[in-house]
Ligand binder design. Structure first.
Ligand SMILES: *[C@@H]1O[C@H](CO)[C@@H](O)[C@H](O)[C@H]1NC(C)=O
Length: 265
């Protein structure tokens, strides 16, 4: 008994007056920049204290079981990876925000989404007499596609129609069982600001997708012919009526742009 007390006392002296992270088989690391698989000990945890200031915290060792868990859980990380985030123990620092439900494993394993506001390259397209948001909806597109919309406006004027935009840029969401009929395609131009979903206001009333494709109202076929001449896609798979510039035909460029937008838009 005495020996134990003496040993404890010695330990106490050697390790610097308090039980340390090392005693708990952890490592004191700089919290903001290290990803700790075993999880970080709570700051209040008296048994796992670290010297070196506020940001040095005790990273718990990731043992065999912990490694196996990581492997098993990461199988279901696809939603988070698709959103270009990382799945980690939510005791880790995340330079962004944690989102629930996108990672495999227990609830405290979360998707760190590093999206930041304020630096998004997309622009709000200034409505014109020929291209405007339906019900004043904001038209949000990539600057390259904004130039295409100027040309679409010229075509609309020449054909005596007004283009009403119902929606434009749409943030990409992970869809588990994609329905090709109702869900946007995987590499949708809407996700990169290179498409608009529209209908036409003609001299003879409103003309939606099938009406435009069948040229049932004045100006419709004039308009679609002009789109074709401009090298723009219309109608197509993303029904009922979309206009895009085919940006997604280069999947590598599409992925690159998505990555750029994802962090900031
Ligand atoms: C996350 O870290 C905490 C603190 O170390 C730990 O208790 C917990 O088991 C870890 N959770 C997962 C899912 O790894």
């Amino acid at each position: 008994m005495l020996k134990t007390i003496a040993a404890l006392f010695l330990l106490f002296v050697v390790t610097g007056a308090q039980p340390s992270c090392k005693d708990a088989r952890g490592a004191c690391l700089y919290w903001p920049t290290n990803d700790c698989m075993g999880g970080w000990a709570d700051k209040e945890d008296a048994e796992r204290q670290c010297n070196g200031g506020n940001h040095f915290r005790c990273c718990m060792a990731c043992d065999t079981q912990c490694m196996e868990n990581q492997e098993e859980w990461s199988v279901d990380d696809e939603p988070c990876e698709d959103a270009l985030g990382i799945c980690q123990n939510s005791t880790n620092f995340c330079n962004g925000k944690y989102e629930d439900g996108l990672c495999g494993g227990p609830g405290e394993r979360k998707c760190c989404d590093t999206k930041k506001e304020g630096d998004c390259p997309l622009v709000e397209y200034e409505p014109t007499d020929a291209v405007m948001g339906y019900d004043d909806v904001e038209i949000r597109v990539h600057p390259d596609f904004a130039d295409s919309l100027d040309a679409v406006g010229d075509a609309a004027r020449d054909c005596d129609v007004v283009v009403k935009v119902v929606f434009s840029f749409r943030k990409r969401r992970f869809i588990k069982n994609r329905n090709p009929k109702t869900d946007p395609p995987k590499y949708s131009n809407f996700h990169v600001g290179h498409a608009v979903h529209v209908f036409l206001d003609t001299v003879d009333g409103i003309c939606f997708g099938t009406c435009i494709a069948a040229a049932e109202k004045p100006g419709a076929s004039c308009f679609t012919n002009r789109l074709t001449k401009l090298g723009l896609n219309w109608g197509g798979k993303e029904l009922p009526f979309n206009i895009d510039d085919g940006f997604n035909s280069d999947v590598t460029a599409w992925k690159k742009l998505l990555r750029e937008l994802k962090d900031v838009c």
